[in-house]
Design a protein around this ligand. Sequence first.
Ligand code: NAP
Length: 251
Amino acid sequence: MEMFSLRGRCAMITGAGRGIGRAIAGAMARAGAHVILSGRTSAPLNDAAEILNQSGYTASALVMDVASPAAIEAGFVRLSGLTDRLDILVNNAGIEEICPSVDVDEARWDRILGTNLKGAFFCARQAARIMGQGGSILNICSLTSEVGIPTAVPYGAAKTGLAGVTRALAAEWAPRGIRVNGIGPGYFRTAMTEGFYADEDWCQTMLGKIPMRRFGELAELEGAAVFLCSPAASYITGQILYIDGGFLASI
Ligand code: NAP
């Protein structure tokens, strides 16, 4: 199983205090990486890092707001105090706001694209500057990277853009040994999506569109995230793997 090991690697995961980011951080720690859990709020990051460290893994917390390139630069300066190397970046931090498009104002547009798209690009740029012997970047995309979802236009624009960033950076940085891939989760219950799941009609409608007739479990994203950042994926770059119970395959 050595080809799937992240032993000796250092991985930073943005938005790692809860939800998908926290799950991926845990999986990467269990695969052997020193994980840096990043996000805006220190308490959940410290909590997640402490649980991992108490279980015998290696984890650190780093407060960093990805909505501001200046804050990202400052965060990467502080990162150098936690690790002397960075091999993996998971661009997971994200926000979603449902809103009819006729009511989307500039502030909302900027907020959603600023975190999900601009933030991911500037984190990748900072990471690539310090990934010495190559590395791996994993962008958390979405079904909206592929299909249009009503009332989620800024989010869809950001996630479609993130798919483009994934492919273009993969092409640009392949000669430097940096692979850039993405994961597109289908429907997973987290703080971001909690509101949808309270609506039984929504749940039944969505389940009708998912061939596996169930929502995803966070653990079902972990293996793909570790795999794409591991030596087993050494010739894979510029790809986005959709983990959606068959949703995209069937529409
Ligand atoms: P979540 O539970 O709301 O987690 C989002 C994380 O991002 C939080 O830890 C949040 O922490 C962090 N964050 C938000 N804004 C940030 C910023 N400006 N700087 C740094 N960190 C920030 O949502 P999730 O469902 O796990 O989503 C994780 C990623 O998966 C997102 O990119 C989302 O778009 C994507 N995704 C989710 C689903 C799904 O079904 N859940 C499906 C497709 C894609 P703080 O607020 O403490 O900073």
